[in-house]
Design a protein around this ligand. Sequence first.
Ligand code: FAD
Length: 369
Amino acid sequence: MRIAIVGLGAAGSAALLEAARAGFEVVGFEQFEIGHELGSSHGASRLIRRTYPDAFHSRWMGPAYEAWARVEALMGEELFVKCGGLTFGPEDDATLRATCDALVDCGIAHKVLSREGVAERFPAVDIGKGAVGIYQADSGFLRADRCVRSQVEAAKKLGAVVHERCEVIEIVEKNGGVTVVTDHGSERFDAVVVTAGPWVGRLLPGLRLPLRVMLRQTIYLGVDDEGGFTPGEFPVWIHHPTDHYGFPSDGVLPGIKVAWHHGGPEFDPSLPDRPVMEEFSDSVRDHARKHVAGLTGEVVSAKACLYTVTPDERFILDFVPGSRRQIVCSGCSGHGFKFSALLGELAVVMARDGRVPANAEPWSLARFR
Ligand SMILES: Cc1cc2nc3c(=O)[nH]c(=O)nc-3n(C[C@H](O)[C@H](O)[C@H](O)COP(=O)(O)OP(=O)(O)OC[C@H]3O[C@@H](n4cnc5c(N)ncnc54)[C@H](O)[C@@H]3O)c2cc1C
């Protein structure tokens, strides 16, 4: 079987590796170079957690952790840093309560901690008066840049062919196959997986996908003593209701990374730059200083990145309507990296079997009709 993967960010690199591992003849197309900084998957880290305010995502995180473990085992490389995670906010916050309910529903071990309990476990964190924290030990971060590059490299070693700086212009299905038309020529395949992230709407205009591409950014804040912020000494964290979040030191860039899930304009991915917005850097820093002790107050670095957001913030994993050869795996809505190893695996299984996996209906295209 010949499979094409269009777009080699988080989801595409995972699909490429899975197809190569399964023994398919696989070709990956990437319009820029592997690891570029114009899409959604660049940077040293991405949060991974089971703590979702709905059981659907919490449940799928079980297979997602297993998929990452398979990738790590294949590569003999640490990609997931488990350091424990804290989700905190006012005790009556609706998202916090829904998160607790989902953890209970799915039988996922966790602890609810008071302000004092959190301070005892993580002295640098003050969740604030009247707040509670949910501690979940499996949370941590993925080494994002490494995940993408290593999966592509491992796939190549298994026989995958990768065309960088090669833009796919069109996908044409006829006579029992699909032709991938690029700016360098055309190739025929049995199936194609489209993992084009922010560009998926442009590549598949006929689907009229209701997606919004948003500019978001992350910043690194200076710390007095890096030793107090190593993974385990310091957790990954999320604050509700504001949806600010942060990381321990990742050993790649100085300081600690913090970000805000919201804020930032709609953005045209065909523009050449990803501008950093100072007003957001300042407000994210000010929020972090309310809850984290030992910060110098300096924004050490900042980087912008794109979200591709569906109306319900659920991903897209489905066949193009009327086809069993074209799979769309996109619309990761700012929280898809942790699922990407799993999404890549599922997309390749769909290409092989011609069937949507069980329990994946919430990711279907039918919900937009
Ligand atoms: C600031 C920020 C913070 C985030 N934090 C987290 C987090 O903590 N945890 C988490 O789980 N998720 C997080 N996410 C979301 C996560 O990073 C994304 O959901 C994920 O990276 C999306 O990957 P993707 O492969 O769908 O898209 P991309 O990484 O954008 O990959 C798409 C690729 O397709 C290529 N492409 C597109 N069109 C074509 C074409 N026509 N021909 C050839 N190539 C093409 C592009 O060049 C690109 O390389 C965050 C995202 C951002 C921006």
